[in-house]
Structures are given as C-alpha cells and as structure tokens.
Design a protein around this ligand. Structure first.
Ligand SMILES: NC(=O)c1ccc[n+]([C@@H]2O[C@H](COP(=O)([O-])OP(=O)(O)OC[C@H]3O[C@@H](n4cnc5c(N)ncnc54)[C@H](OP(=O)(O)O)[C@@H]3O)[C@@H](O)[C@H]2O)c1
Length: 306
C-alpha cells in the first residue's frame, strides 16, 4: 500500500490519520495525496514528508478521475454535520454524503483502485430519524452496490485535541453561567481520534477488512449532560446544566440554525434520538483497545483552542 488518495485529509480525523501513517515503519515509502478546497488553509500539511496537498474540487468527476490515477487506495473522510432541511435529506447531505461516494466509486473503478475506505457514522440507517444518518446510510449503500468491497467505519462522536465536541462545551463554559441543554439524556460512547486513525491505518494492511463495516466506540457510555459537565469542569469552569423541554430545545436549535456554523440544528436533535453507542464490551477492530476519554481529554480541555 504505497499511494493513498486521502479525501478530507485536512480535517480533524484526516490530520490524525496522516500523523498515524507518518509513525508507521513503512512511512518513507508512502505517497499521500490530500485534495483540499483551499490550499492556503491547510498549508501546514505541506511540511509532512511524502504528502502532496492539492487544491481541487473533488465533486468534479474529471478532477476526481485524475486524482485517482495510480493510487493504491482511496480513503474518504469528507463529511458534513449541518445542512438545510430537505427531503429525503438536505441538498448538502445529498451532494457530500451520497453523490460524492458515487463519484468516488466510478473514479476508483475506472482507475483500478480496489482498496476503498470510507468513514460514515454510527447508527447510519435508511430509516434513521435524521437527514444526517439517512444520508450517511445512502452513501454506504452506494459504495457497497458499486462492488468495490469498501471498508466502512462508523464512529460515534470522536474526541481529541481540536475536536468540535468537548472543545465546544469548554468554550461555551467560558461565556455561559449555565448550560441550557437540549437532549441531556442522549447517549454517546466517544472514541478517541487516535484510535479512529489507527483503525483506518491498520485496515489498509488487513485485506480481510474488505467489505467489512466497523463500529468505532470508546470504552464507556455517557449521557450528553455528563459529557458537557465533564468538559466544563475539566476546563476549570464547572457550570450547572438546565435541561430544556423538547419544545424549547426545538426553538433553541431553530434559532441557532441562523448562525453560519450552528452548534446545534433540528437535524442534530433528531440524530440524538438514537443512542450513539456500541455496547458495554465493544472492541475496536484489529485487536485494538480503546483509549478512555479521561486519559486524553484533560490534556487539551484545560487550554481549549480559541
Ligand atoms: N468528528 C466526529 O465526531 C465524527 C463522528 C462521526 C462521523 N464522523 C465522520 O468522519 C469523517 C471525518 O470527520 P472530521 O471530523 O475529520 O471532519 P472535518 O474535520 O470537518 O473534515 C472534513 C474535511 O472534508 C473536507 N470537506 C468538508 N466539506 C466538504 C465539501 N462540501 N466538499 C469537499 N470537501 C469538504 C474539508 O476539507 P477542506 O476544507 O480542506 O476542503 C475537511 O477538512 C466525516 O465523514 C464525518 O462525517 C465524524
């Protein structure tokens, strides 16, 4: 496995995967191509050996076809969390979670790239309550139906330095005297970004992982309220949590949707109706032992990013 096309490599998981690949003994032999919409924003990646950062529109079929030529594997980490409302899901979800995997499948087949890794989401299902989870399921189906034997990863919420989850609560704790929290009893089993990256990297060298779907979770389940309280306390600003009734939560999400990068949408509320957990004795693939949240989060929550 030498030449890897890493779609979404400039993001949170992508950067962890690049770091993980650089640590591997065979790293000197890798050649990793990372397309980005804005090279300027990700230019720190250019210092990595064997990584080529290219500004490209991966939604353009011809561009994707060109990027795919000569690759041994393609890893798709491109995903979005927010979109406008729509049927069967919003236009952004359709474009990013469904159309893009379809284009990846076409380009990979044409270029003879027969190793495809794709990151979806835990509890993605055609009958899931949210657009996000339904569109993720449709993207998985597209890749499977293309006959590419994709390896699909379904992480629950991912934590780690630079995450958009625990860091958000730590940042909010700086300005809010209390947390008016929607869905406080929603359940998660957060998984460390380093474990996600290691599982993806392992899979590249495990041919038996073709056509497999791996749920990725950490060792413990928490309610959203527990996670918010933990992030606030560890960042040095413990805050009381006020549970919002369903109607107030809906209005909170509706109003936050007017922000350019909303911390919560009505679709997120619908996603949280499904417990994002794997079970008490969940294992990571390839014999890995999941890292506890408490072993990692204090290191970065104490000094959240601006
Ligand atoms: N983070 C989590 O807690 C979590 C949980 C479950 C599943 N996942 C899934 O895991 C994958 C990786 O997540 P992540 O947290 O690393 O995401 P991320 O940090 O937002 O990174 C995603 C990358 O995809 C690219 N991208 C985003 N929107 C795009 C668009 N419309 N068109 C083309 N490229 C686009 C961006 O690259 P440029 O800006 O450089 O173009 C970005 O660096 C996603 O599929 C996500 O849905 C994440």
């Amino acid at each position: 496995m030498r030449r890897i096309l890493l779609l979404g490599g400039s993001g949170f998981v992508g950067r962890a995967l690049l770091a993980e690949l650089m640590r591997r003994p065979a790293s000197a032999e890798f050649s990793i191509t990372v397309p980005t919409r804005r090279r300027e924003r990700a230019k720190d990646l250019t210092v990595l050996p064997n990584v080529e950062l290219v500004e490209a529109d991966v939604h353009d079929a011809a561009t994707l076809a060109r990027l795919m030529v000569g690759q041994d594997a393609v890893v798709n980490l491109i995903g979005i969390l927010h979109d406008g409302e729509g049927e069967p899901y919003g236009p952004g979800f359709a474009r990013v979670h469904v159309d893009l995997p379809r284009k990846i499948a076409v380009a990979a087949k044409a270029a003879g790239v027969d190793r495809v890794l794709h990151v979806s989401a835990l509890k993605a299902a055609a009958d899931a309550p949210s657009d996000y989870l339904r569109s993720k399921a449709a993207g998985e189906a597209t890749l499977r139906e293309a006959g590419l034997e994709p390896t699909i990863f379904q992480p629950t919420v991912i934590f780690g330095a630079g995450d958009a989850f625990l860091n958000l609560f730590a940042r909010l704790a700086r300005i809010a005297p209390f947390f008016p929290l929607a869905s406080p009893q929603a359940r998660f089993q957060p998984v460390w970004v380093g474990d996600v990256a290691a599982s993806l990297a392992d899979s590249l060298w495990h041919p038996e992982s073709r056509s497999q779907t791996y749920a990725l979770c950490g060792p413990r389940q928490y309610t959203l309220a527990e996670l918010v309280a933990y992030a606030a306390a560890v960042s040095g600003r413990p805050r009381p949590i006020v549970s919002l009734p369903a109607a107030a939560a809906w209005w909170q999400a509706r109003l936050l949707e007017f922000l350019p990068n909303p911390p919560l949408t009505r679709d997120n509320l619908r996603s949280m109706q499904v417990a994002s957990v794997c079970g008490e004795h969940a294992c990571l693939p390839f014999g890995r032992v999941a890292t506890p949240l408490e072993a990692i989060a204090p290191d970065y929550l104490a000094c959240p990013r601006q």
